[in-house]
Design a protein. Structure first.
Ligand SMILES: CC(C)(COP(=O)(O)OP(=O)(O)OC[C@H]1O[C@@H](n2cnc3c(N)ncnc32)[C@H](O)[C@@H]1OP(=O)(O)O)[C@@H](O)C(=O)NCCC(=O)NCCS
Length: 186
């Protein structure tokens, strides 16, 4: 096994590579996926290449740590997960996740990867609070986030314009004790 950065029960998290670019564009442009992402415009491989180069150089951009999710069993790349906008003084960060391979959703992969990512954020990076913003229509994201220990802190009313209408966004947060309690239930 090579290039493993974090290891869970079902998934491993590894660094992003340039060869992941076609996967990102396929996943992010998919209408069923992008409806829940901040992404509004088509994603091109050129733009993706710039982003991968940016997040791939942590010495220049230490505030975004992004990793690919692979299945542990057969090392298939199925998604991506990141800690974004890390605030090293106030020790909080925003998480984002995509299981891009739609047929592999609902199998616990995001939960497994997120639990390992949270452990890394709290116990290695010293983060105090992990935040997530979720479109309230996104039941899967709300469900897995709560399972990982996130708690809804509030609702941002009519925060997004989506498919001709206004959508609320839930702001969720996970502290170390929430994660620790959740990890005992996995
Ligand atoms: C959100 C997402 C990352 C979850 O990944 P996943 O691997 O399917 O997640 P898991 O299998 O670990 O958990 C999914 C949970 O959602 C639940 N779920 C799935 N669809 C649901 C639905 N329509 N209504 C309610 N719950 C639902 C599952 O039952 C499971 O909860 P449980 O473990 O308590 O049973 C994935 O659906 C995804 O990539 N979606 C598109 C991108 C996205 O929305 N990203 C998040 C942006 S905030």
């Amino acid at each position: 096994m090579t290039n493993v950065f974090l290891s869970g029960k079902k998934t491993i998290l590894r660094p992003v590579s340039m060869s992941d670019i076609p996967l990102f564009t396929r996943w992010i442009n998919d209408p069923e996926t992008r409806v829940y992402l901040a992404r509004t415009f088509p994603m091109t491989e050129m733009e993706e290449e710039d982003w991968v180069k940016k997040i791939g150089n942590l010495s220049k951009n230490p505030n975004d740590i992004v990793m690919m999710i692979e299945t542990k069993r057969n090392r298939r790349t199925i998604g991506v997960m990141g800690l974004h906008g890390i605030d090293w003084v106030n020790r909080h960060t925003l998480t984002g996740t995509i299981i891009g391979e739609k047929n592999l959703r609902g199998k616990g992969y995001a939960t497994d990867a997120k639990m390992v990512m949270l452990q890394y954020a709290f116990e290695t990076l010293g983060m105090h609070k992990i935040i997530s913003h979720v479109d309230v229509r996104n039941k899967a994201s709300l469900a897995y986030s709560k399972r990982c220990g996130y708690v809804v802190e509030g609702i941002l009313k009519e925060q997004l314009f989506r498919e001709g209408g206004w959508v609320d966004v839930a702001t969720l947060a996970c502290f170390y004790d929430n994660w620790k309690k959740a990890s005992k239930k996995q």
